[in-house]
Design a binder for this molecule. Structure first.
Ligand SMILES: Cc1cc2nc3c(=O)[nH]c(=O)nc-3n(C[C@H](O)[C@H](O)[C@H](O)COP(=O)(O)OP(=O)(O)OC[C@H]3O[C@@H](n4cnc5c(N)ncnc54)[C@H](O)[C@@H]3O)c2cc1C
Ligand code: FES
Ligand code: FES
Length: 1346
């Protein structure tokens, strides 16, 4: 075939031709740095988030067909897209040519907040739509696609979003589905009542051509590309491959890499430099799936997606038996749970098995193929070798020149391939996988696949043969549990036999030392085997032959083999108030459509100025050590390594500051924690800077140093605390001793530990510093506090503040993590730029970001309670040790914040002792609802403890301890406001009715009575969350033709601040009462924050910045209106009527000052107020696996008179789901030195669409007039996060049922009363509480009763 030395491809219809490409370049790197298409976002670089998804289209010249699928551009090598067409979200539409209906619907369903995930979401959905058109399905109605609602939802199951909580995104996706019930779609801007497709932006499936005509003619499959001694080859035959490999072997030291999908680099971050890349995908023998007699052969480069399709195919004319068909379909359904679409579309079977063999990758494919006794063919030189998969996995690591050619699955038919010929024999097969998320990209704790041939006779089931494969549990590779297999073969199934087998399996499936949750993983093996065998016999030990044909999935069982269902319909109830139109309207978030089309510019999208350099942080891996030196692996591509010694004379080593103190930019003599910044490696590209930082060797010395303080207990021992200024120390309530004396019961010194949480903003920390004339510095920063960054930079560089301009347009998710923690990032860039006199930027990679971030405060709580027999608490004392890390940050505020949410119940007397511990951990910082979420949770834990102690219903104890307005005033002082504002009792009752609470409690009880392995729990909790307003500036200017430009102190983080500000501006300016003001909303633009244009911007945090910014704008508008009104009246008199444009024209002619500034300072007496809400959550816990499904959540939240109910709804749902992450999923773990070890999407699991409530109903209560609030509005950003504790409490209730049942199996009397459910309540945690050995106890109880 003709050799082509060019790489030709298209991006959004534009042709690209390259003759020299570094083969290690990824598609993402190319798109972001060499094209104008910046919509592909780097969220993780691991294939784990979907932010970089693009549609890849290929043309099959033989079939004359285009194949379209998503890929993760962060893992796709540019050379592998030869002849392909790439579509990014910009290719679907844009602001000038018109947005695509995907963009419009995502915007209109309020499905984009910060917008960083949105381009990836659009592409995932687009790919599903494009592919649905190719299906042989009936033509859908006009405006719909052939997609089903469930497929539409699933299309985004591999995409992460940290802001929205997914529900609105799912609705936008479902709006395209042919089978959608339009009435089920959520709040949107397209209709209020008339839920009809014609109201939606029209979807035209023919609008976009994914593969341009011109590419069809110039596509050559073979390419050799050379770039500075590095080459890329695409051989088309085994012979060609062989000679390439031989040639490379002859060249000494040449590093060769075989490439299939290249997704492996998502797991094994590659720092090796290869000389030759050999793309295996064009060799026909390696890329086909074929039947060969009684087995099937899968070429090594067949992708997982293609294999799924092939296995699912109906085989009417095949030689393959019906048993094979069932097995294949089950394998296919297991493979569908691997990774995400964009990975499965390119990830190959061979690549997976080679990773499992060579690097012990915890593969699902190896396990399922092992169970069906697969074989593999290996090519080494000229030698072809066929090995069983077991032999392959066990052999020494495959050398770099051997190629895996294919995999064989033998036929499973009895009589063939060694299976029995006896009549009445059946094949049974099942696969298992337990992972933190059922669908969305999570490696399993354990996977398994079991294949058995059983012999049935009237009253017994005999096991003829059995294969039990287990993998991914912390051993080198998948294994078959031969001891158990041997034990079972030839035996007749009985309770006794299963009992003995599960005992053996616990020994056989034993993780190696160092594996997390070893006992849990072994217990899963027991559960899986039990689930496999148990349906064959009745609970009473009799044989149940009916369930074993054709394979055993029993009715009463157990592990979930059904397809994971996603969301059911959700309800949103809002009441718009038209009093202050357009304030109060659920208008679409400002910029949502350009966020969807990828045109919104984030800091890293700003084109690099000429000569721009890139930086990456080198951080300490030791908690307390002297840094003797830093050695780079290679100095080649590195311009400079900036440390504290580069700080100009007179400048301070400062990276961040608050009222409570400063944090150094870099460690100087001593590192203070693992993860502390030591230096900033600066190179010509981000990749080179990252490699330099990653491979830098730091020489530490710890001689004669005191041991680091790594626990709060050690901090107490050494009295290592940060001072809590008395002004912010919360006040105690009542007399604790008196309260205790009044109590009937007491609990002393109970303990709770609460962990940290990582922000997981989708856009990691980023900044760009550009030196300007006269020692000035312009810094573009993704930050919540530009003003503070400005003063930190000026102090560090020793230049006046007026020389530093910090600009922030939008932030790709903040959640508190872009406040203090963004300052050192901006400062390091500024320092490097100052030193090198060149622009310097950084986009911190996910791993470094996670290591340096600090996150939420972990803490240890010890409490003592006194209470009456009716559950009324009379006294509560808390000793709270907060781990603040190495610097004060905002930590001294934590006690205040905690107490504000903790006081939600009337505890009678409340006293506490807070210690803010200074430790050698990274400094913990504000994270959405900092302290409040812990305070609120502690209150619930206390309530649950009391209820458990008294055997009362926790809901009853909650009500007994509800505040009256008097006690509310006692606990909160002026924050309590007026009696009418105390809406919690109303919310509480309303929620009981709207959620049908009592009826559901009954149903839950019934369910629990009849189900052994699943238990449900339901819980209703209230929240009180006090917030306070801060001074905020604003500036409103009216331009010559009447458009309006607004600046505010608040930063747009995705929370809709700009949208509310726009609404407020339009409302307030319309007070001038001239014609045309109803269209003012369209004329208002809120512009980026600029610290030299608007000073005293302060912090965007604490949920109140939107309303404070609105109030600042209102003050400005009032001034402007006052200046304009007399002119308007004069003009009206002269002309009869006057419109806005004319008025402004005349105002300009008469030199009216059309710009006004303000500084809103809230009144002391009304600056604090309480937010109220309540939630009911219902969950189902699987007692075999520890999985918790959130079936339904109902929320009512008081927004006062919402400034924008759509924005507030987004905040409520998004915060709630982030709370689910904290309470149920996210483990932000460190090693014993305090170094974060959970440092990417592989291990840190934020909620995905499959882990949120199946039904999420939210009602925004319009609680009417609040005269002291900004247009009667209340906050929504943080408080709803606290409501997620309802999921934790419901889980606790379900576990309680499980434990009661376990007690009865153990023959113990009564229930197993008190237990602590850790946060997060992950699968291992839940399963441990339900009984790691519950299966054994169940079987033992059956045995003893029989
Ligand atoms: C986010 C994410 C989630 C994932 N989740 C799961 C999961 O839950 N379960 C699971 O099983 N897997 C999972 N995977 C792994 C995925 O299945 C593998 O990455 C994939 O199968 C590797 O295929 P590839 O074609 O991309 O291999 P590549 O990355 O191209 O290759 C991997 C390695 O194998 C070598 N190689 C490739 N093909 C051959 C061959 N034929 N002969 C010799 N050497 C070869 C390459 O040189 C390279 O060293 C996940 C991956 C990602 C990125
Ligand atoms: S950046 Fe590619 S998947 Fe996250
Ligand atoms: S909108 Fe999805 S991450 Fe912000």
């Amino acid at each position: 075939m003709e050799q082509d030395q060019r790489l030709v491809f298209a991006v959004n219809g534009e042709r690209f031709e390259l003759s020299s490409v570094d083969p290690s370049t990824t598609l993402l790197q190319f798109l972001r740095s060499h094209t104008r298409f910046k919509s592909v976002k780097l969220g993780c670089g691991e294939g784990g988030c979907g932010a970089c998804n693009v549609l890849l289209s290929k043309f099959d010249s033989k079939l004359k067909q285009v194949e379209d699928y998503t890929v993760s551009s962060c893992l796709t090598l540019l050379c592998s897209v030869n002849g392909c067409s790439i579509t990014t979200t910009e290719g679907l539409g844009n602001i000038n040519d018109g947005f695509h209906s995907i963009h419009q619907r995502l915007a209109g369903f309020h499905a984009s907040q910060c917008g960083f995930c949105t381009p990836g979401m659009c592409i995932s959905l687009f790919s599903a739509l494009v592919n649905s058109e190719k299906m042989h399905r009936p033509e859908p109605g006009l405006g719909f696609s052939k997609l089903t609602a469930s497929e539409a939802e699933k299309s985004i199951s591999g995409n992460l979003c940290r802001c929205t909580g997914y529900r609105p995104i799912a609705d936008a996706c479902k709006s395209f589905a042919a089978d959608v019930d339009m009435e089920d779609l959520g709040l949107n801007s397209f209709w209020k009542k008339d839920a009809k497709v014609h109201n939606l932006p029209f979807y035209d499936s023919k609008q976009i051509t994914t593969y341009p005509e011109f590419l069809k003619n110039e596509y050559k499959s073979t390419t050799v590309l050379n770039h500075q001694n590095k080459s890329w080859y695409s051989p088309v035959s085994i012979e060609e491959l062989r000679s390439l490999v031989e040639l490379s072997s002859a060249e000494n030291g040449v590093m060769v890499k075989f490439v299939a999908g290249n997704t492996g680099i998502g797991y094994y971050k590659e720092t090796d430099q290869f000389d030759k890349y050999i793309d295996l995908r064009f060799i026909p023998e390696l890329s086909t799936f074929k039947k060969a007699g009684s087995h099937v052969e899968i070429g090594a480069t067949v992708s997982i997606s293609k294999l799924i399709l092939a296995l699912k195919e109906e085989r009417i004319d095949d030689d393959l038996c019906s048993e094979c068909d069932i097995v294949f379909k089950k394998i296919a359904s297991h493979l569908e749970k691997i990774a995400s679409d964009s990975i499965r579309n390119v990830a190959s079977i061979g690549g997976n098995l080679v990773m499992a063999q060579r690097k012990n990758f915890p593969s699902d494919i190896a396990t399922v193929l092992l169970a069906v006794k697969s074989k593999v063919t290996i090519l080494t030189g000229v030698k072809r070798e066929i090995l069983t998969l077991e032999e392959f996995l066990e052999k020494p690591a495959l050398d770099s020149r051997s190629v895996l050619l294919s995999v064989f699955i033998p036929c499973l038919k009895p009589t063939k391939n060694g299976y029995s010929e006896k009549p009445n024999t059946k094949i049974i097969f099942q696969t298992y996988r337990s992972s933190p998320r059922p669908l969305g990209n999570a490696l399993p704790y354990l996977n398994a696949a079991f294949l058995a041939e059983i012999y049935l006779c009237d009253s017994s089931v005999e096991i003829n043969s059995i294969r039990l494969a287990f993998g991914s549990f912390g051993v080198k590779h998948a294994i078959s549990a031969s001891t158990v297999e041997n034990y079972l073969v030839g035996k007749t199934l009985s309770v006794d036999l299963i009992y003995e087998a599960v005992k053996l399996i616990r020994v056989a499936v034993c993780p190696e030392n160092g594996t997390s949750h070893p006992a849990y993983r072994s217990s899963l093996a027991v559960s899986f085997l039990f689930d496999f065998l148990w349906p064959l016999i009745e609970a009473d030990g009799c044989i149940n032959t009916s369930t074993c044909i054709p394979h055993g999935v029993g009715s009463r069982m157990t592990c979930d083999h059904s397809e994971p269902t996603l969301l059911s319909s959700a309800k949103q109830v809002i009441e718009s108030s038209h009093e202050h139109y357009p304030v109060g309207e659920p208008i679409v978030k400002s910029g949502a459509a350009i966020q969807a089309s990828g045109e919104a510019v984030f800091v890293d999208d700003i084109p690099s100025p000429l000569n721009c350099l890139h930086g990456a942080f080198i951080y300490s891996t030791k908690p307390l050590a002297r840094v003797k030196g830093i050695k780079l692996k290679s100095e080649k591509d590195v311009n400079s390594v900036v440390t504290f010694q580069d700080i100009p004379k007179g400048g301070d080593n400062i990276g961040a500051k608050t009222l409570f103190g400063a944090e150094p930019l870099f460690a100087d003599e001593l590192t203070q924690c693992a993860g502390q910044r030591i230096a900033f490696a600066v190179a010509d590209t981000q990749k080179n800077a990252d490699v330099a930082a990653d491979t830098a060797m730091v020489d530490y010395d710890i001689e004669d140093l005191e041991p680091p303080i790594l626990t709060v207990e050690q901090a107490v021992e050494k009295s290592s605390f940060f001072e809590i200024p008395s002004l912010v120390y919360p006040s105690q309530v009542g007399d604790f001793s008196k309260g205790m004396a009044e109590s009937d019961h007491q609990i002393h010194s109970a303990e709770i530990q609460l962990p940290s949480q990582y922000y997981f903003y989708m856009e990691t920390q980023t900044a760009l510093a550009v030196p300007d004339e006269d020692n000035c510095m312009v810094v573009y920063s993704s930050i919540q506090v530009p003003e503070y960054a400005q003063s930190v930079i000026s102090r560090c560089l020793n230049i006046p503040e007026h020389n530093v301009r910090v600009i922030t347009r939008r932030v790709g998710g903040g959640f508190g993590g872009k406040a203090l923690k963004a300052m050192p990032v901006a400062t390091a860039c500024a320092l490097a730029a100052f030193r090198l006199r060149r622009p310097v930027r950084t986009y911190v990679n996910r791993k470094t970001d996670m290591i340096m971030a600090g996150g939420r405060h972990p803490m240890k709580i010890n409490y003592t309670i006194g209470f009456k027999s009716n559950g009324k608490i009379t006294a509560l004392h808390l000793d709270i040790l907060i781990n603040a890390g190495m610097s004060a940050d905002v930590s001294p505020m934590l006690p205040w914040n905690m107490s504000c949410a903790l006081k939600k119940y009337n505890f009678g007397a409340l006293s506490f002792d807070f210690k803010v511990c200074k430790t050698n951990h990274s400094s913990k910082s504000a994270m959405r609802a900092p302290g409040e979420v812990q305070g609120s949770f502690i209150a619930e834990a206390v309530i649950e403890h009391v209820a458990c102690h008294l055997s009362l219903d926790p809901g009853f104890v909650r009500e007994v301890n509800f505040h009256s307005f008097d006690s509310l005033q006692l606990f909160y002082g002026v924050g309590a406001g007026e009696p009418l504002e105390y809406t919690l009792p109303t919310i509480w009752d309303k929620l009981m009715k709207s959620s049908n609470f009592d009826h559901r409690v009954e149903k839950v009880n019934k369910f629990n009575k009849i189900n052994i392995w699943r238990k449900k729990g339901i819980s209703r909790i209230p929240i009180l969350h006090e917030v306070s307003l801060r001074p905020t500036p604003g500036k409103v200017s009216i331009l010559r033709y009447g458009s309006v430009v607004v600046e505010v102190g608040g930063i747009e983080l995705g929370q809709g601040l700009w949208t509310k500000v726009k609404q407020m501006t339009a409302y307030c300016l319309s007070a001038v009462q001239c014609d045309g003001t109803d269209g003012l909303l369209e004329k208002v633009r809120v512009i980026q924050a600029d610290t030299l244009s608007l000073v005293q911007g302060g912090f965007t945090s604490g949920s109140t910045t939107s309303e404070a910014s609105c109030e600042a704008v209102r003050l400005c508008c009032n001034v402007l209106v006052e200046r304009l009104v007399s002119l308007k009246e004069k003009l009206t008199e002269q002309m009869g009527s006057v419109n806005w444009e004319l008025l402004i024209m005349h105002a300009n002619m008469q030199s009216v000052n059309l710009s006004a500034s303000s500084f809103f300072v809230p009144e002391f007496t009304s600056m604090r107020y309480i937010n109220y809400g309540a939630a009911v959550s219902e969950v189902e816990v699987n007692l075999l696996t520890g999985e918790t499904k959130i079936l339904q959540t109902d929320i009512i939240y008081d927004c006062g008179q919402s400034l924008n109910p759509a924005v507030d709804l987004g905040q409520i749902e998004g915060a709630f789901v982030q709370g689910i992450g904290f309470f149920m999923l996210e483990e932000y773990l460190t090693n014993s030195d305090g170094l974060v070890v959970v440092d990417g999407t592989w291990t840190y699991k934020i909620p995905t669409i499959d882990t949120i409530p199946k039904q999420l109903n939210v009602q925004i209560l319009n609680s009417g007039h609040h005269k002291k609030r900004v247009l009667s509005s209340k906050a929504s950003g943080e408080p709803p996060l606290l409501l997620a504790a309802s999921v934790h409490c419901a889980t606790r209730a379900a576990i309680k049922e499980a434990r009661n049942q376990l007690c009865s199996w153990k023959g113990l009397d009564g229930s197993d009363s008190m237990f602590q459910l850790d946060v997060p309540a992950t699968m291992p945690v839940v399963k441990t509480l339900c009984g790691l050995d519950n299966v054994e106890f169940y079987l033992r109880s059956l045995l003893s009763s029989s």
